[in-house]
Ligand binder design. Structure first.
Ligand code: HEC
Length: 280
């Protein structure tokens, strides 16, 4: 079960994050981005001084409107800045032409980039319509980066189907090996008494201790992740560690069940089983 679950989770990751089926990045209009990149350092300041400084202060220190200098709420949310300028929010008027304002799109982006890069604000990326569209309604790039670590760069769909097929064969083979170990190659009808030895009891206790140990580690990791996500500066969860601990718990439970079946549970093979069609 553990191996089947792990294999299928990996295959789902392969299907979701390979280069062919992964969500398309939004097409960036290089011309518009270039215009915005060229314009904002000069025009942004003038537009700000003419339209915004009255409420937000010449140095973004605030006034009728909130302080914009060193404001992490706006540097962390580019869409908010652009939407606020385009649509306004009483008492701030709308500035977008489509909303009855006086700023053209390129001017809106120019002043947005100015605000995001002045008075202690620093924005890594240029804000353009394309970067905003990219951020909207998509899986966060950080999540994609973490998950795609487990997906080989250039794997193609046919290869993924092949991997899926091999996984199925392997899984079936592993079930066969387990059956052979637990039941023997040929089923002999009758009651089969089992006897546990000190060795098997030790193995059983060790496996159970492992289940408890990894469960504790898993819960601790999850709690750390939740705390990290709610922190002032959110920390991405350690999915590798979480996945490893969860996998160890499932594998060790499988081991406990296997040992129990083989060494602690009397088996009975009825004649029909022994002559059955199932291809052990
Ligand atoms: C009439 C005064 C006024 C003018 C003019 C004005 N704003 Fe505002 N602005 C406000 C107020 C008030 C808010 C708070 C709105 C709210 O969230 O309730 C605000 C909010 C904002 C926000 C969001 C800040 C935050 O922390 O939520 C940004 C960004 C912003 N304004 C930028 C601008 C820019 C750029 C201009 C010029 C193009 C401008 N504002 C012009 C009054 C103004």
């Amino acid at each position: 079960m553990a191996i089947v679950v792990a294999a299928f989770m990996w295959i789902i990751l392969l299907f979701m994050f390979n280069t062919e089926t992964a969500p398309e990045p939004v097409a960036v209009d290089p011309a518009l981005s270039a215009v915005i990149a060229k314009e904002w350092p000069t025009s942004g300041k003038a537009i700000y001084e003419a339209n915004c400084a009255g409420c937000h202060g010449a140095a973004g220190q605030g006034g009728v409107g909130p302080k914009l200098a060193a404001n992490t709420a706006i540097t962390g949310d580019h869409a908010l800045v652009v939407t606020r300028i385009l649509k306004g929010k009483a008492p701030m008027p709308a500035f977008g032409i489509e909303n009855g304002g006086k700023l053209k799109d390129n001017e809106v982006y120019a002043v947005a980039n100015y605000v995001l890069n002045s008075w202690g604000n620093k924005s890594e990326d240029l804000v353009t319509p394309a970067t905003l569209a990219e951020g909207a309604g998509k899986v966060s790039p950080e999540v994609i980066r973490v998950r795609s670590r487990f997906v080989p760069e250039e794997i193609k769909l046919p290869e993924i189907f092949l991997v899926t097929f091999v996984m199925l064969l392997l899984t079936y083979g592993i079930i066969g090996l387990y059956s052979h170990w637990a039941e023997g190659a040929e089923l002999r009808p009758g009651i089969h008494k089992v006897r546990s030895t000190p060795m098997t009891i030790t193995a059983m206790i060790a496996a159970m201790a492992g289940v408890i140990l990894f469960s504790v580690l898993f819960v601790r990791e999850i709690l750390t992740s939740i705390a990290g996500m709610n922190a002032a500066t959110p920390v991405a969860p350690q999915v590798t560690a979480e996945g490893f601990y969860a996998a160890m718990v499932v594998l060790l439970i499988a081991l406990v069940l296997g040992l129990y079946k083989k060494y602690f549970m009397d088996g009975e093979v009825v004649v029909e089983d022994a002559s059955g069609e199932f291809p052990w």
